[in-house]
Design a protein around this ligand. Structure first.
Ligand code: 4NP
Length: 167
């Protein structure tokens, strides 16, 4: 039996500097902890911050929880729908923009909300913390961590037979 191909996961927000870089790092950690081989990246629907590192407040909250953010912001591309099995949008606006870019219903169906996997508030948005204070980044981290753990748990579920059925 051939091993399953790595699960390819893209975290998506607006600027790719606050929410999705933290989601990316958490998904990478939780999928590895669950024993799921995965390729994880992040992107933004907007292009304002392309090439920049994550927001210092996201770097800080991640570091306090033992995670390093090393990526540079990039914009979502139509090609990402071929390159990733699932695109985890931080809020419903990010999801709508991604689905509009997807091109086909099959590609659009790869877009899910990150908090579809939050056991406490399934389907909620991860609020954009950009204009707020430090507390918003801490609560953002908590909702992302819960969601990433549940996503990884489902991805590792032994009854899953095909990559696409895992999520
Ligand atoms: P993010 O936060 O989508 O979580 O990266 C934002 C960062 C920057 C902007 C908006 C949201 N902005 O408008 O520049």
């Amino acid at each position: 039996m051939t091993p399953p191909a790595p699960l390819r996961v893209l975290a998506l927000c607006l600027g790719n500097i606050c929410r999705s870089p933290v989601a990316e790092a958490l998904l990478r950690r939780e999928l590895a902890a669950a024993g799921v081989e995965a390729v994880v990246d992040s992107a933004g629907t907007g292009d304002w911050h392309v090439g920049r590192p994550a927001d210092p407040r996201s770097i800080d909250v991640a570091r306090r929880h033992g995670l390093r953010l090393n990526g540079k912001a990039r914009q979502l591309l139509r090609r990402d729908f071929a390159d990733y099995d699932v695109i985890l949008a931080m809020d419903s606006q990010n999801a709508a923009e991604a689905r509009a870019l997807a091109g086909t219903p099959g590609a659009a169906s790869r877009v899910r909300l990150m908090r579809d996997f939050d056991p406490i508030a399934p389907g909620a948005d991860v609020p954009d913390p950009y204009m707020g204070g430090k507390a918003g980044f801490e609560s953002m981290f908590e909702m992302l961590e819960r969601s990433a753990k549940e996503f990884a748990r489902q991805a590792a579920a032994p009854e899953a037979e095909a990559q696409a059925d895992r999520i």
